[in-house]
Ligand binder design. Sequence first.
Ligand code: NAD
Length: 241
Amino acid sequence: MPKVAIVTGASRGIGREIAKNLAVKGIKVIANYNKSEENAKKLKETLKNEGIEIDIFKADVSRREECKELVKYTLKKYNNIDILINNAGISEYKLFTEESDEDWNRVINTNLYSAFVMSQEVIPNMIHNKSGCIINISSIWGQVGASLEVIYSVSKAGMNGLTKALAKELGPSNIRVNSIAPGIIDTDMNKHISEIELKELEKDIPLEKIGLPEDISRCVNWLVDDMYTTGQIIGINGGWE
Ligand code: NAD
């Protein structure tokens, strides 16, 4: 039986690459999107041309009811969830003193609450199967903090805490929970950074280059196959710390 994976925020960037490479690996993928139906359909179409079928499902993962629908759809269709990739996320650049309650709620709900809810919704099935793999896409900023991205850093640090604690709680059920903490990856999330700034940043990165979405998806594919790694925060950052 092929494994089944839900990837949140899969219409573009890192999530898209993760969804694509899990599907290429033979895993049944449910690629979640929120607003960009066109991108999600494009991903489905591209893979179809290569003979690979994936499902796409619209849900705002910052809302529990929509997470429930996503999980319900997956269980109805495949009767099983083996892998959850909590990838959906947004960033926010502001002086801390200018952040509002709305900013806090939007970033925390999208980046952290979504991982809490999605995990809660899939775990009963994983416990029943005595097998599961949850991967949270956090960030280097959750480890070292970023100026002008305090709420974002808090959300990703929270994700790392969720990973470590949940890995302990779920270990006896053979469910592995890990975080991948990317450094700077070339996606739309960083399109506000100018070419000149990127070149400057590259000088600080030991491997002297910005990462690519496939650098993250390669690690996801490895974690999916692995059987003895849990509670880890894996930095994929070119040595940048
Ligand atoms: P991106 O902006 O291209 O992708 C984010 C995806 O999340 C988009 O598809 C978006 O539609 C989706 N999304 C946002 N809110 C959602 C919601 N409420 N419900 C469902 N989907 C939602 O950025 P990316 O770089 O591909 O980011 C993917 C993940 O990687 C994020 O969690 C981000 O924080 C993390 N990350 C990125 C970098 C980087 O440098 N690009 C670095 C560290 C961590």
